[in-house]
Design a protein around this ligand. Structure first.
Ligand SMILES: NC(=O)c1ccc[n+]([C@@H]2O[C@H](COP(=O)([O-])OP(=O)(O)OC[C@H]3O[C@@H](n4cnc5c(N)ncnc54)[C@H](O)[C@@H]3O)[C@@H](O)[C@H]2O)c1
Length: 334
């Protein structure tokens, strides 16, 4: 299969590309290698793929429609895994425009390319942030209302789902949206808590614990996310009229799934796992929640299990330990 992976230098896109290449697929990766976080990490991720003869890479911005069209036509993908985005909730408060350029205009350009080439299946990376600030006493279901995003990042991801639905309906494009829940693991993102905490604890610096440590997150290890993405891209693409869903009874070839571990974990338990792995106590400074952050997330993954056999495997303790081992090795070499 020919697979276009956008955001191939990013945390998730890079690992998806690597696993696909190992499995014998042809991968066309693209990424603009922006400096939202250290570019050297993105380059090091790409270096992991360069020896595969079936890996093709274009450094480009998905907001540039004509450049994207050229790359897309050359790739002629059977499947698109669209992961390129401006991520991060807090950064969207200060830098709103880049979110709309990458996550809205960039997505539109990709949907236009997919429409023109009648791409058989388009996967779009959405986010648990679309659920907003809500009651977290039970798992979040894709049938729950998601009309009140509390960050611009979340608003662009929800907008993306809605844009994708309109293209699916109008042009019969099979599209699957996956709402990722806090992904972590080796080769992860330096702007995320685990990365920051690890670097500070190792340097004997205090860590800032938001919301006084009361946050709960459905932390999901990268291998579980990648295996879920692979199940979806190897499985059946959504078909029209298969099962009208949601309040509007959509008949488009369009589905949304949560992809998480399905087990919310308190931030303090996550930190304890980290302390155990590193072998050192963290010096915690408890501070207020940041604007745009939600208190808790909890994925209902039963649909993904039912339709694709998705079954996440990695506990927080094991996942954090694997991250710390990678972190030590990666930075020891630099
Ligand atoms: N990591 C998580 O916990 C998480 C949670 C929810 C959703 N997601 C979504 O999953 C996807 C992948 O996330 P990630 O954690 O790998 O993030 P990441 O930032 O590591 O990867 C995204 C990549 O996209 C690239 N990119 C950004 N704007 C671009 C543009 N305009 N043109 C081309 N490339 C561009 C970046 O350079 C980066 O390498 C994103 O869509 C993100 O919103 C991630």
């Amino acid at each position: 299969m020919r697979i276009l992976v956008t955001g191939a230098a990013g945390f998730i896109g890079n690992e998806v590309s690597r696993i696909l290449l190992e499995a014998g697929e042809t991968v066309y990766g693209l990424d603009n290698l922006n400096d939202y976080y250290e570019v050297s990490l993105k380059e090091a991720r790409l270096a992991r793929l360069k020896d595969h003869s079936r890996f093709h890479f274009a450094k480009m911005d998905i907001a540039d429609h004509s450049a994207l069209k050229k790359v897309y036509d050359e790739a002629a993908p059977d499947i698109v895994v669209h992961l390129a985005a401006q991520a991060g909730v807090r950064y969207s408060v200060e830098n709103p425009h880049v979110y709309v350029e990458a996550n809205v205009a960039g997505l539109l350009n990709l949907l236009e390319c997919a429409r023109a080439r009648r791409t058989p299946h388009f996967l779009f990376a959405s986010s648990s942030s679309v659920y907003g600030a809500r009651d977290a006493s039970k798992p979040f279901s894709v049938d729950d209302p998601v009309d009140h995003p509390i960050s611009l990042y979340a608003a662009t991801k929800r907008s993306g789902e809605l844009m994708a639905h309109s293209y699916s309906h109008l042009f019969g494009l099979p599209i699957t949206c996956l709402r990722f829940f806090t992904v972590y693991g080796p080769w992860g993102r330096p702007d995320m808590a685990l990365f920051k905490f690890t670097s500070k604890i190792l340097r004997d610096e205090p860590i800032e614990v938001y919301n006084h440590g009361k946050h709960k997150r459905d932390f999901t290890f990268i291998d579980d996310i990648v295996s879920g993405i692979l199940l979806v891209l190897r499985g059946k693409a959504p078909s029209p009229n298969a099962a009208p869903r949601g309040p509007a009874q959509s008949t488009a070839p369009f589905r949304i799934y949560n992809i998480g571990r399905g087990q919310p974990v308190e931030l303090m338990r996550f930190i304890e796992a980290l302390e155990k792995s590193i072998g050192k106590k963290a010096d915690c400074r408890y501070i207020e929640a940041q604007s745009g952050d939600v208190d808790a997330t909890w994925a209902d993954v039963s649909d993904l299990h039912r339709d694709f056999g998705y079954a996440p495997q990695v506990s927080v303790e094991e996942g954090v330990d694997r991250f710390v081992r990678w972190y030590r090795e990666y930075y020891a070499q630099r």
